[in-house]
Design a protein. Sequence first.
Length: 323
Amino acid sequence: MTKTPGKKEQGWLEFTYKPTGEAIRFPVGTVYGVEEGPTLVVLGGMHGSEFCGIEAAIRLFREVEPEKLKGTLKVVMIYNLPAFENNLGFLVPQDGINPGRVFPGDPEGSFSEVMAYHITENVLRTADYYVELHGGDIPEALVPFVNAPITGNEAVDEKSRELAMVYNIPMVVGGDLTQLPRPLHTSGFRAMSLEGIPSILAESGKQGILTMEDTERHLVGLRNIMIHLGMRKGTIVNTVKRMFSAEHAAIRSEVDAMWYPAVKLGDWVKESQVIGEYRNVFGEHISDVKALFDGHVTVIRTSPHVDAGNVVIELDRVTGHED
Ligand SMILES: [Zn+2]
């Protein structure tokens, strides 16, 4: 192994959205280790009010010491800074688009697409491994989970799954991308896995609340990944029994309405079971929401306001458990 001087750098990665002249800015930190090794990219704030992921990204960057690091750690503290600055759930305010639907981006596209293009070109594609941190945005609550995409490239998929398995979160989702239409405009971790970079999404947190418990859950997972990849020394923390989901399905509203869930996080529901209902603002019933399959309630929209297209429930089809 070559010895190189370790160092830590932080600063703003800046671009311009040409149609309006607005700045596109990302706070990024890089830790260069003293020995050669893989490049791990960790990104917080894909959704700008998911603070537990953001805080975990910041703390990871602060705690990793170059002198004890093999390889390179790159951390994007807050990807969706416009949402963060406006206390906004999910969307990039300039174009009202969820950034998790536009990767790998487009240099000639809308604000969100140009943001995605620049971070992909300059940061994500430099990764050997990529971890995208989420933390339960303002209108949602969730059971922590990790999602390792299945792309059909077995070598990549196996490494993504290893990252998910060492994250120390019980719900491990294998998200199958093989049947989806191409080209896929999707989340960052899915887009990178399709380009051959082992990648996961990790969710811990809810309702745009910063808690140390949910932040620490991310930090344990991130430290475990770095130990697993040989980037730092230590013992992998493994305190959970895992369950495995073959399908993580989002139920979206077809109406603008008020939303009343009839289930709790962690409930097990049966196919066609009524799991919530829509009412109008006068309290009149519009329609029921039914479970798509027998599954585990992993995400619930907790804001009573829904627009058509908003996710109200995310269900997991659990196919196995660790003993
Ligand atoms: Zn998110």
